[in-house]
Design a protein around this ligand. Structure first.
Ligand code: ACO
Ligand code: ZN
Length: 223
């Protein structure tokens, strides 16, 4: 009888033993002291990193009922650049990316989605490009193998196509995903990247997309 009850309890939880922190979004095992420690460390650093203290001069490029998008340019005041750097570090850490040095740091445009709770909940880094290679198809067997290394090796065309805007990073805070924040960031980039024109989806390109990024990009470019 006891075992049966235990089974019911276990089945009721999505991931047995794991907790999702309601403020920082980290998934961890609360019963594991090492995990809990890691959470405490991440929690502080993360919430500090995404905290947004209103800037004296901010370039608001879009406003919504649940937040706004602020554009940061390379010659902006150091407090703005520092925030961008902090957020990018958190994003790169989450994605497991090496810190990349942009090819043209003086041409990078960073778009931050600021929530009403004064937090940076979305970030998009865009840079000018001249060409891109279209993703052809998913390599066969990538679903079954399930390995991360494999699923990132999309097959690309070797015929370059002209493009204008490269999206080197797009990220949305885990607890705010699927609320169209990424979509609104890309819409805003298309509108603001080049003065006076709205870029078509063929003129933008996502560099080295993750599985999440590819799902989003595929959906975005087809609607
Ligand atoms: N799975 C399936 N479809 C998805 C997913 C997903 N994980 N994410 C987005 N979509 C599709 C959906 O159709 C969605 O519309 P719906 O919610 O009405 O069905 C549509 O894209 C629009 O999604 P948004 O809500 O605008 O996307 P969101 O704000 O959740 O952000 C993002 C998407 C940025 C990929 C987010 O999941 C994320 O930050 N992931 C972790 C970081 C990452 O992998 N970033 C991409 C790196 S690649 C690069 O930077 C170039
Ligand atoms: Zn937390």
């Amino acid at each position: 009888k006891e075992t049966k009850e235990q089974l019911i309890i276990d089945a009721g939880q999505k991931h047995f033993g794991t907790t999702v922190c309601k403020s920082c979004g980290m998934i961890y095992t609360a019963s594991n002291p090492e995990d809990e420690m890691q959470h405490v460390q991440h929690h502080q650093r993360f919430l500090e990193g995404i905290k947004y203290v209103s800037w004296k001069k901010e370039r608001v490029v879009a406003e919504f009922w649940d937040g706004k998008i602020v554009l940061v340019l390379p010659r902006d005041p150091s407090y703005a650049l520092r925030k961008v750097e902090d957020v990018q570090e958190l994003v790169d850490h989450e994605l497991g990316f090496q810190k990349v040095v942009p090819k043209c740091p003086n041409k990078t445009k960073t778009f931050l989605f600021i929530s009403d709770e004064k937090r940076v909940v979305g970030c998009l880094i865009a840079e000018p490009i001249k060409q891109a290679f279209r993703v052809l198809s998913e390599p066969s067997g990538s679903e079954s193998s399930g390995s991360k290394e494999c699923s990132r090796a999309w097959q690309c065309s070797n015929v370059p196509e002209p493009a204008i805007c490269g999206i080197s990073r797009i990220w949305v805070f885990r607890l705010k995903r699927r609320k169209r924040i990424a979509r609104r960031l890309v819409d805003t980039v298309r509108n603001c990247f080049m003065f006076g024109c709205f870029l078509s989806t063929n003129e933008i390109a996502f560099s080295d997309p993750t599985p999440d990024g590819k799902l989003f990009a595929t959906k975005y470019c087809n609607t």
